[in-house]
Design a protein around this ligand. Structure first.
Ligand SMILES: C[S@@+](CC[C@H](N)C(=O)[O-])C[C@H]1O[C@@H](n2cnc3c(N)ncnc32)[C@H](O)[C@@H]1O
Length: 440
């Protein structure tokens, strides 16, 4: 594709994304479906350009007014240029800017001059908000929580997430899958914490690989794998994944149960549960029972009161721990939406807790980094439910032989009460988890 046509396509995609009517990943997928002729490299350039615009929106909004032409085109030019800079830095860490030849071939003289001006702006000349590119309501709580880690966190959030796989141990050993992938030209390393994880180098296409087709691998962030591990579901148990969605954690839990016992996958979205079905078929699991529920007090839920060994509540949340993958969330979420989520989270956790039998385990998890959706929900639950005893997540993970378990946790008297994963510290998405056992 000629550079001019590619920048025009980037401009159109930026325009569609910035309406914020739909999640960016859905807009991008739709665009690719509508433009089937796009090659692999063009798709990568389009997606990376748009994601860079979303990641650096405040900076680009600050730079765009000095340029000419439609605003979306200026943002697309900056997105493309900054993405190329990131690529160049990855391969040559000292590089300041990436090659501009391709991009220049798409620009007129005024645009080239403007880009040179933008390239000359130094980081230390910028206001703080143009460097961190976060809305104030999000920057403040992050600073309070991570202190000096704030700028490393900002840098981590401005990169794309690594591609993590979970090996389905029901089918294969991690080392065997790693060897098989290497033979297919896909390099990977073992993830540092999850016993099932492989971190793949680059972003190779996976869905046609024999290992994928036979259900030996699933794409899953290492942090998400750890939350499934934390539930520690055993052979023959009765287990509920209360907010199963498309079943990322369900599949991991089902495998730890060695496809025995009963694993209910509940969700209010039948559509999301439908996406679980082909994954389930590949996985070889026969112990999973997906069920769409109307709400958290549904009759199907009530019938299981006090009968379940382990319940995972992977609650609907702001998703603000996943900004590396979903940078649009920082512009689509609002403090008001978070408040509404808190009410829902507390209600779902309280309902799900009723299922846990005496001696059973309850795990509450989110992929949010906000204390309101995490510690605050866990503390309010603990205060209202004296029949649940909090377990120390650091100890639980250590018992599960997770390396450096304490470094994955924070909070409480022990400093390791809750799982707290951060992109800049653990190379995972931001995750939270709290664990309780019901008094026997
Ligand atoms: C964080 S997502 C789950 C992701 C999934 N566990 C995974 O690992 O792929 C939260 C899910 O909660 C579901 N949900 C929202 N309200 C619910 C409710 N009242 N009861 C059960 N599930 C609910 C949403 O439909 C969504 O699929």
């Amino acid at each position: 594709m000629h550079p001019k046509a590619l920048i025009e396509a980037c401009t159109e995609l930026v325009r569609l994304t910035l309406t914020f009517e739909h999640p960016a990943d859905a807009v991008v997928s739709r665009f690719f479906r509508d433009h089937r002729g796009l090659g692999q490299r063009e798709r990568a350039a389009l997606a990376e350009t748009v994601y860079t615009v979303l990641r650096k929106k405040l900076l680009f909004d600050h730079m765009a007014p000095s340029g000419s032409g439609p605003r979306e085109r200026r943002l697309a030019i900056l997105g493309f240029a900054h993405w190329q800079d990131e690529e160049a830095r990855r391969t040559h860490p000292q590089a300041v800017h990436g090659a501009r030849d391709f991009l220049h071939a798409a620009l007129n003289e005024r645009e080239k001059q403007w880009l040179i001006q933008c390239d000359a702006v130094r980081d230390d000349e910028l206001m703080e908000r143009h460097r961190h590119n976060l809305p104030d309501w999000l920057a403040q709580p992050l600073k309070l929580q991570v202190g000096e880690g704030f700028w490393p966190l900002v840098r981590a959030l401005s990169c794309s997430a690594p591609l993590d796989l979970r090996v389905n141990v029901l089918k294969d050993k991690r080392a065997d899958v790693q060897r098989e992938l290497a033979q297919a030209g896909i390099a990977s390393v073992e993830t540092p914490y999850s016993p099932w994880g492989l971190r793949v180098v680059g972003k190779p296409a996976l869905t046609k690989l024999p290992a994928f087709v036979r259900g030996a691998i699933e794409v899953q962030d290492e942090g998400s794998q750890l939350l499934a591990l934390l539930l520690d579901a055993k052979r023959g148990e009765m287990v509920v994944d209360f907010c199963a969605g498309a079943g990322g954690k369900t599949l991991a839990i089902g495998a730890t149960m060695r496809s025995t016992g009963r694993l209910y996958a509940f969700d209010v979205s039948a559509h999301r549960l439908d996406a679980l079905k082909p994954r389930l078929a590949r996985s070889g699991l026969s112990n999973v029972h997906p069920a769409a529920i109307a709400h958290e007090r549904d009759e199907r839920v009530k019938r299981l009161t006090g009968k379940i060994d382990r319940v995972l509540v992977d609650a609907p949340c702001s998703g603000l721990g996943t900004l590396r993958r979903n940078p649009d969330l920082k512009w689509r979420q609002t403090p008001k939406a978070v408040q509404e989520l808190e009410v829902k989270q507390a209600a779902i956790l309280a309902s799900a807790a009723r299922l846990v039998k005496p001696g059973g385990r309850l795990v509450y998890a989110t992929c949010s980094v906000l204390p309101e959706e995490n510690e605050r929900i866990a503390q309010a639950f603990a205060a209202a439910h004296p029949d649940f005893v909090a377990l120390d997540a650091g100890q639980v993970l250590a018992q599960l032989k997770v390396d450096a378990a304490a470094s994955l946790c924070s909070g409480g008297d022990t400093g390791t009460q809750y799982v707290r994963l951060w992109p800049h510290l653990h190379q995972t998405d931001g995750f939270f988890a709290a664990v309780w056992v019901r008094k026997g």
